[in-house]
Each structure stands twice: as C-alpha cells, then as structure tokens.
Design a protein around this ligand. Structure first.
Ligand code: GLN
Length: 276
C-alpha cells in the first residue's frame, strides 16, 4: 500500500472532515509534513505505520478530539503541545490574545500574568509576539503546569516566561502586573453535560466548570484585581457569548473603560477594563 491509498482508506473510517483528518493522522503516523504528503504520495508505507494509523482512528471514532490524538494544535500560528488534561486552544481565544498584544508597549518591559493558563497558549503567544513582555503563567493543575513548561521550550520563550502552580480561588501572586489576562473556566456546571461529546467526555471539567452561574472566576479575579494589577493596568477576560453584561457589571466597580469585544463569529468573547 502507498501513502495516498492509506489516506483514502483512513478517510473512509472517519465521518466529518474525513479527508482533512485522515491526512493529518497519516502525516503524524508516517512522520511526514504536507509537502512530503503530496510529493511522496506513491511511497510505500510499513505495516507498523498502518497499525499506528488504525490505533489513532479507533481513538477518533470513540469521540476523542483530533488534537489530543495528534498531540498538537496550532494557535496564533504557533505550535502547541496538547494532551488530555488541558483545554484545546480555540481560535476564539485569539481575539483575547490580540487585545493583550495591542496593549503591550514594545518600548517598556511589561509584566503580564496569565491566570488559568492550561496549555499556556495565551501567555506564550503574547511573549512570542511582544519581546518586551515578561509573562507569569499560573494554574492549579499539575498536568497543565507540565504541558505549559513543554510549550514554553517549544516556542523558545524560556527567558521571559515562567510557570507556577497556584490555586487562584484561594491565593494570589504577591506582585503587581501591567496586564492580567485570563480565559478561566466559565461554563455553568449544569450546561456541561449538554456540550458535544468531544468536549464533555474528553476535555477536563476543571477547565470548563465555572460553578453554578459560570462566574466564580470572574468574581474572584475582579475582586483581587487591585492586589495583582497596577493602577492603570488592564484586565482582559475571555467570556462565554452570553456573559458580556454580567462580567462587565462585575468590573464596573474597580475598572473604567470597560469594553466588550466580539470574536470572528460576531459573538461577545472578550471583556477588558482599566484598573481605576
Ligand atoms: N488559558 C487556556 C486556554 O485559553 C485554558 C483555559 C481553561 O482551562 N479554561 O486555552
């Protein structure tokens, strides 16, 4: 069997996006990039490579997200290592990173805190695009810390990005930052079971569950903001499409210039404010 036949056979076993997913699975199992996939499509595959593909297909058929199976995900045009235990970076979150990058002055060293960092995608991509940024990543999960560390090295920002385990609901850093950014868990507990299989059965509940009203982390972080953010510093949150007014209301007390920003699909996705 040759590479192009293996792609066709793999696509038959997958449903949505079959051909696209089959190509990615074969590229990963055979260890080739897209150019080689096209140029070497007549090259023979080994029995071992076919077995690897069929293992990956089985995982996919059981509803596991493709990104966990491949072990990577693209975000802000950078490569991130992912596995079950951290949320898969979403393109919606790029809107949040853009808001942070826009506020990061290249002429000043800026200290940025990324709370509930997960894979580290927000803080690491900010550091990649802004060489003046020094970023601290925090998360409660040991797995997230381990994966964020790998992503710091993978994206070569280890001189300016540090990661630390911290339970933000019960403690907070002792220094003050220029920007605090967070994509915290924000799904209402009851809603989690109505999400698609890939999300509810495979992504970590810890990264999704924002408590009964979905607002636990927003309440806590806006409350401690005067302790962790410099006066005039920016707080930037990712929010659920229906949380714009609730989160803005929480920010009104300590913040001015509170703005809601929409994502590419025109849903409310980001709230920012400046600490008074
Ligand atoms: N900050 C990470 C991300 O944006 C994880 C978010 C989370 O776990 N809720 O992907």
């Amino acid at each position: 069997m040759v590479i192009s036949e293996l792609v066709r056979e793999t696509a038959k076993s997958l449903s949505d996006n079959a051909h696209f997913e089959a190509e990615l699975i074969v590229m990963s199992a055979v260890g080739i990039n897209r150019t080689q996939l096209v140029l070497d499509s007549r090259r023979d595959v080994t029995e071992e490579q076919r077995e690897k593909v069929s293992e990956m297909v089985k995982r996919r058929q059981s509803g596991e997200p493709l990104q966990y199976i491949l072990g990577e995900c693209e975000f802000m045009s950078l490569d991130f290592y992912v596995e079950s235990g951290v949320l898969i970076p979403r393109s919606d979150t790029e809107t949040l990173v853009e808001a942070v990058i826009e506020k990061t002055d290249e002429n000043k060293n800026m200290k940025i805190l990324d709370i509930c960092t997960g894979s580290g995608c927000i803080g690491i991509s900010t550091a990649h695009f802004r060489s003046s940024a020094y970023v601290d990543l925090i998360d409660i999960s040991d797995k997230a810390i381990e994966i964020a560390k790998k992503n710091i090295v993978r994206n070569n920002v280890q001189s300016r990005v540090k990661v630390q385990k911290m339970d933000i609901l019960n403690e907070y850093p002792s220094e003050k930052y220029d920007i605090v950014v967070s994509n915290p868990p924000y799904i209402e507990t009851e809603v989690i079971d109505t999400l698609q299989t890939e999300v509810k059965n495979h992504e970590p509940r810890l990264a999704l569950d924002g408590g009964e009203d979905g607002l636990i982390f927003y309440r806590r972080i806006t409350g401690i903001a005067p302790e962790i953010l410099k006066k005039g510093g920016m707080l930037a949150f990712e929010i659920g499409y229906n949380q714009g007014s609730a989160v803005s209301a929480l920010m009104k007390k300590n913040f001015c210039d509170v703005r809601i920003i929409q994502d590419f699909s025109k849903n409310d996705r980001v709230v920012t404010g400046i600490l008074k």
